[in-house]
Design a protein around this ligand. Structure first.
Ligand code: ADP
Ligand code: ASP
Ligand code: MG
Length: 403
């Protein structure tokens, strides 16, 4: 088999753990497989580098940030290759560039445009174990880019697709995908299987166990994706097509996103096209908008509220300030002390009352819901951040996910 194995930050968190990863890769190789390994930076490393940059500037130039952040993954890749060579394997590390990962030039959240797998194919043919530095690529104009936080998952899936791997294993510090973050609800249960669509919703709604774009791509390329732990041989969770899942629970999982902020625009001028102007400007600044609510007052002017990731708030503020200066908006306020709690499940498609139960559960706990959004397979609610964990646990109980 041709297997891609990705190891996250905790799994390569210190030298002993890197040796542990080397042992696992070695076993996979000795069992007769070809292996391409993708590694993250050692845990905490990327955050440390971000803090270094912010020591000098609140708005560091993004190309420089990518130059800086991409170094973390290269350290781990080289160390793992050295460890594997020492064990008698022929291993070679590759930067994103050498692995042929070409992206657009949207620094710090670049998208993969294409992968040229020729260098990887050549090394595999020569019997080498390849260790790719995750999270990075090279733009068409030759600059180092990074793929957004958690982006090593995306590197792994994209590489698995490009080289036609039989399996893509994501090794992390929990033994699979649980009904909710096991750090918040110890009663959470590990799922044997979950559909691409449910996993995509969970990941997009805050379950950082997999980066959402990696799940999107896995679905598109039909990559066999397994999440498991690097600390034991326990079986993980298979992320697969919905038709491969026999039992379809009403609710499969609960996600929590604390990294959301609410933007409230007051007295937005009543004229045609104003919403389109505001949201187009936000899109041009790469601000990710999620929920939007508009209330029209008696005088015809509107209040518009929406949520953005906290990391996009500075960019959002800059856009909003422009509209305040031009007089299109009277004022704005910002609230970072919110969170988004979501329930996800394909079973919702064919059942009624799922959302009602979520609202009742919040009411019973005296938690005020300030925004709601739904899709076919999810219900999301914005609440005050201080109730985040309580909300997750109550919903977990209400849908009996521990059973
Ligand atoms: P890595 O460094 O390996 O990429 P991450 O920290 O990005 O690992 O993701 C693993 C973490 O995701 C777990 O430690 C867990 O706290 C969190 N997590 C959130 N939601 C879930 C879930 N539904 N199932 C499993 N883990 C989850
Ligand atoms: N090291 C990067 C991060 O912390 C990428 C990753 O770990 O996937 O976001
Ligand atoms: Mg991760």
């Amino acid at each position: 088999m041709l297997i891609v194995q990705k190891f996250g930050g905790t799994s390569v968190g210190d030298l002993e753990r890197i040796q542990n990863v080397a042992n696992r890769v070695s076993e996979t190789r000795k069992a007769g497989n070809d292996v391409v390994v993708v590694v993250s930076a050692m845990s905490g490393e990327t955050n440390k580098l971000v803090a270094y940059a912010e020591h000098f500037s609140a708005t560091p130039e993004r190309g420089e940030v990518d130059m800086l952040l991409s170094s973390g993954e290269r350290v781990t890749a080289a160390l793992l290759a050295i460890a594997l060579n020492e064990m008698g394997h022929a291993a070679v590390s590759m930067s994103g560039r050498r692995a042929g990962i070409v992206t657009d030039n949207l620094h710090t959240k670049a998208r993969i445009e294409e992968i040229d797998p020729s260098a990887m194919h050549k090394a595999i043919k020569e019997g080498k174990i390849i260790v790719v530095a995750g999270f990075q690529g090279v733009s068409l104009d030759g600059n180092v880019t990074t793929l957004g936080r958690g982006g090593s998952d995306l590197s792994a899936v994209a590489i698995a697709g490009a080289i036609g791997a039989d399996l893509c294993e994501i090794y992390t510090d929990v033994s699979g995908i649980y009904t909710t973050d096991p750090r918040i609800e110890p009663k959470a249960k590990k799922l044997d299987r979950i559909s691409y669509d449910e996993m995509l919703e969970l990941a997009s709604l805050g379950a950082k166990v997999l980066q959402n774009r990696s799940v999107e791509l896995a679905k598109k390329l039909n990559v066999n994706l397994v999440t498991r732990t690097s600390f034991s041989n326990e079986e993980g969770t298979l992320i697969t097509k919905e038709e491969n899942i026999m039992e379809k629970p009403l609710v499969s999982g609960i996600a929590l996103d604390k990294n959301q902020a609410r933007v409230s625009l007051f007295a937005v001028k009543d004229r045609t096209g104003i919403a389109s102007e505001i949201f187009n400007k936000l899109a041009q600044s790469s601000v990710n908008i999620d929920m939007i609510i508009q209330n029209v007052a008696h005088d015809g002017s509107a209040n518009i509220d929406f949520t953005v990731p906290v990391s996009d708030l500075t960019d959002a503020k800059a856009v909003v300030d422009g509209f305040i200066q031009s007089g299109d908006i009277k004022g704005a306020s910002y609230d970072e002390k919110i969170c988004k709690v979501s329930i996800v499940g394909v079973g919702m498609k064919s059942h009624t009352g799922v959302a009602a139960k979520a609202f009742t559960t919040m009411a019973t706990e005296n938690i005020n819901i300030t925004m709601i959004s739904t899709s076919e397979i999810k219900v999301s609610m914005v609440i005050a951040e201080k109730y985040a964990e309580l909300a997750v646990r109550s919903l977990h109980d209400a849908y009996e996910l521990d059973k």
